[in-house]
Design a protein around this ligand. Sequence first.
Ligand SMILES: [Zn+2]
Length: 413
Amino acid sequence: MPKIYLVDVTNRDGVQTARLGLSKLEKTLVNMYLNDMGVYQSEFGFPTTRHESNYLQANLELAEKGVINSLRLEGWIRATVGDVDEAFRLVPNLKHLNLSISTSNQMIEGKFQGRKDKKDIIADMTRAVDHAKELGAASIGVNSEDASRSDLDYLIEFGNAAKEHGAERFRYCDTLGYDNPFTIYDTAKRLAKEIGIGIEIHCHGDLGMAVANSIAGAAGAVDGGQDAFINTTVNGIGERAGNADLVAVILAITKSKGFADKYQLGGNVSLSKAWKIAKFAAYAFGIPIPINQPGVGANAFAHESGIHADGVLKDPENYELYGYEELGLGEPVLVETGRQICTGEYSGISGFRHVMSQLGGEEVTFANDDEARRVLELVRYANVESQHPLVEDELLFIAKYPDITTKLLTFNP
Ligand SMILES: [Zn+2]
């Protein structure tokens, strides 16, 4: 029985969103949390963008060291031979790639303005797939941008050409959030049947249906006989109205009426880090979690009205579909109201040693003052990039992996 896998695109679609961004250390922490949650793949960045090179290589090193041990790291580029060349020139240890090109008449005519037709699009894509294979790509997915406004027979032709040239997945991008659960189910089923490789479902929330469309599309792909790969982002952050929220997608697959009886998540996905990753992304992006966010919003488990409060006190299942503990909620949050020593870009060694000795989880000790000073220097640089105090997991990461951190923080414009 085919399964549904999660491909998180926070570090690509999330960070390319207007007004929003993450530091390279924050992107790395997102990958670490996704790995801990059992997410199948992270679209971890842009291999042709020069300021990403060291970050991408550093994360591939984390995978080589086994620190990121189950998450597949995949880079997103345009489906052109030039982009493939540039990606492997800048990030030689890259293994997994997604190659994207527009497939709708609207975009082919609107973007290329007569310079390319539908045949050229398929020719460009297959040349890019061939070249990525020549340069050593271990896996290749092809993305059909604006697939929901593309002709379905053309998508099938496009997907089959990709498969013949060695692509292992076809990404159906509902770039404008135009689909609804009924249309995307039928489309994904037909694509799965007629192309015969894994189908990725990439949805946006312009009509408020990103999560619903994602699971409907995944169901269609599975019913068509292929594995489905849902694209998510943490807190649904993404272009315009956003993408399918990671936590909500997991909840929808595992908790919605009868769904899990027919369709199962692949891998070892755990919700126990849901609160942690949502809270971290909100802090890092500087965008609070909406009060009504599924699972992790402040009101997700809050009850006030008489009938609801009475009911939930008698039995939580009266008004809750799932327990807060499952999402890693329930621990009290301590807020220091007295003296605080912060670490930032101008911190000194004494304050830094104090902060590192106060961390909750793991004890951090330094062999000598030189080592402590080296880590402090990295913390300062990380702060220059993020411009807000680093969280505990970031400080621990820097102390544990100073060489990787040095790479993350190195830019050569
Ligand atoms: Zn998108």
